[in-house]
Ligand binder design. Structure first.
Ligand SMILES: NC(=O)c1ccc[n+]([C@@H]2O[C@H](COP(=O)([O-])OP(=O)(O)OC[C@H]3O[C@@H](n4cnc5c(N)ncnc54)[C@H](OP(=O)(O)O)[C@@H]3O)[C@@H](O)[C@H]2O)c1
Length: 326
């Protein structure tokens, strides 16, 4: 698989280091808006081709999968560029700035029969199946509630605070607790309530979200770019609970009974960075002729984007595309 990276920023570097340790994935091409930057990135990471524009990258006939590693604000334009050139896409989260953009991209991909999936890495990790196996074993009884938090003190990062870069804690960090809840309890919640702190640049710096389900279950979620949190997910049932240490990249699962006695512990240590699983999922899906990954169906991507749209609307967090698109 000749792998290409569009945008040579932070996460692009993590992905480049990851694929260099994978078998069957060739570090083929990188594109930056600046040719010198692309060349430096390519040399450092052993990529064969370096392009000084994203347009040149998608015109390379040999590129087989493009990883979009630009800010959320640009995912729509960059995914569109790839699809129009028939290039399969692995697009970083948040998938787009709003649900309207996501729907447009996904229907264009369907029309052109081009593979695309959201790089929400927690959906592809082996820890997901291990968590589900513990739940399915019945050891904690019937699951009734989920809590999850994700916070980093990164309020100084430009793309986090600027509405024109689709900033805010929700799209950058909140997607993880939301996806965590949806993986455990499903995405058919019946009610949503929330509150957020809004910055003087008009994005949310922190938020809490409650999802209620018609069958009496509940998820209570928190994300912030103003504090480091313990990143814990807790799945509670009628006979015990489990702690997920770091919902953003699971390090350990601890299972307790109703007397708070530790019943079992599983650790996750054998990964490259955790980015490899989403790449492997793309390879597998494309080999099977699929246009989406079963781990993160397009319908789920849209549901998450719609939830985030409705939350932002409630909080008054408006992006430039909302005004023209909605
Ligand atoms: N999965 C994860 O754990 C994880 C972690 C962090 C971030 N992410 C996601 O990855 C994406 C990129 O994050 P990042 O931290 O890598 O961001 P970053 O370091 O700011 O890099 C983004 C890159 O996008 C390109 N770009 C194109 N247009 C731009 C514009 N108008 N302003 C700024 N950059 C522009 C730039 O590449 P060139 O200059 O080379 O063109 C830039 O280096 C985001 O969607 C973020 O949510 C995911």
């Amino acid at each position: 698989m000749k792998f290409a990276i569009l945008g040579a920023g932070n996460i692009a570097q993590t992905m480049a280091s990851t694929i260099s340790k994978m078998t069957g994935i060739e570090s083929y091409a990188v594109a930056s808006r600046d040719l010198d930057k692309a060349t430096e990135f390519a040399t450092k990471n052993g990529f064969e081709k370096a392009y000084g524009s994203y347009e040149e990258l998608v015109q390379d006939d040999e590129v087989e999968l493009v990883y979009i590693a630009t800010p959320h604000s640009h995912h729509y334009a960059h995914a569109k560029l790839c699809i129009e050139h028939g290039k399969p896409v692995l697009c970083e989260k948040a998938f787009t700035a709003n649900a309207k953009q996501a729907k447009e991209i996904l229907s264009l991909a369907k029309e052109k029969k081009v593979f695309i999936t959201e790089a929400i890495w927690t959906r592809y990790m082996p820890s997901r199946e291990r968590i589900q196996a513990v739940i399915d074993s019945g050891i904690i009884g019937d699951v009734t509630s989920v809590t999850a938090n994700l916070g980093y003190a990164i309020g100084q990062v430009e793309r986090l605070v600027k509405p024109e870069l689709a900033g805010g804690a929700l799209l950058d960090l909140g997607v993880y607790p939301i996806n965590f809840a949806c993986m455990v309890l499903g995405s058919n919640y019946s009610e949503v309530s929330s509150t957020a702190i809004i910055t003087d640049t008009d994005v949310d710096s922190m938020n809490t979200i409650t999802l209620s389900y018609a069958d009496g279950k509940m998820a209570s979620l928190h994300s912030t770019f103003m504090a480091r949190t313990n990143r814990m997910g807790i799945i509670s049932g009628t006979q015990g609970y489990m702690e997920i240490q770091n919902i953003n990249n699971c390090e350990e699962i601890r299972v307790y009974n109703s007397n708070d006695e530790l019943l079992k512990k599983e650790t996750f240590k054998d990964q490259i960075t955790g980015y490899e699983y989403q790449v492997e999922a793309c390879v597998e899906a494309m080999k099977n002729g699929l246009l989406e990954c079963p781990q993160m169906p397009h319908a789920e991507t849209i549901k998450v984007m719609e939830l985030m749209d409705s939350l932002r609307k409630e909080w008054g967090v408006i992006y430039p595309w909302d005004e023209t698109d909605n």
